[in-house]
Design a protein around this ligand. Structure first.
Ligand SMILES: [Zn+2]
Length: 176
């Protein structure tokens, strides 16, 4: 379901003093770092793999020093404050991986957020997608692959044309 997903940290692995295998530790470090560089806030990374904040911080720093990717940090810095502001209104659903929007919802069930630049309300899932993945052609809409309209996880969204979105919507209603 979630792209780039990784096995959660098991109860025995999260125990104090337990040594992870080098392979497993590097796998976790690289995964955490990749999410961090994309702009995913740390509390979401922690919840996704069931690891403590201090441990995830250590993993991110360790992978960072291994990769020495200074440019990624610079790019991220410009988006970080808006991502943090929006993600403060999100809760993580561990079974589906959905990021559920706790801010205001339209009657259609989609989340909305005020854009700091224009002062206008925008679709929350679209804004988060643009901040984490990149800008989106204005003619494209984001299809919720998880079918949860309040979800803002970019991995659950696929950019499609308006026509394709309508076709999919009809197909899913027809099959119910
Ligand atoms: Zn979802």
């Amino acid at each position: 379901m979630v792209r780039n997903s990784i096995r959660a940290v098991s109860a025995s692995e999260s125990g104090r003093g337990l040594k992870l295998s080098d392979k497993r530790r590097i796998e976790l470090e690289d995964w955490c770092y990749a999410q961090y560089v994309r702009g995913v806030p740390q509390h979401i990374i922690c919840q996704a793999i069931n690891a403590t904040k201090s441990r995830v911080s250590r993993w991110i720093i360790s992978a960072h020093s291994r990769h020495g990717d200074a440019r990624a940090d610079l790019l991220l810095e410009t988006r970080r404050s808006e991502i943090d502001r929006l993600m403060a209104r999100v809760t993580f659903e561990p079974n589906t991986g959905c990021w559920l929007w706790l801010g205001s919802l339209k009657s259609t069930g989609y989340g909305t957020a005020v854009s700091p630049a224009s002062g206008h309300r925008k679709q929350a899932h679209r804004r988060i997608y643009e901040l984490i993945i990149g800008s989106l052609d204005e003619h494209l809409v984001l299809d919720h692959l998880c079918r949860v309209r309040a979800c803002v996880n970019p991995d659950h969204l696929e950019p499609v044309t308006q026509l394709e979105n309508m076709r999919r919507s009809r197909a899913s209603h027809g099959s119910q």
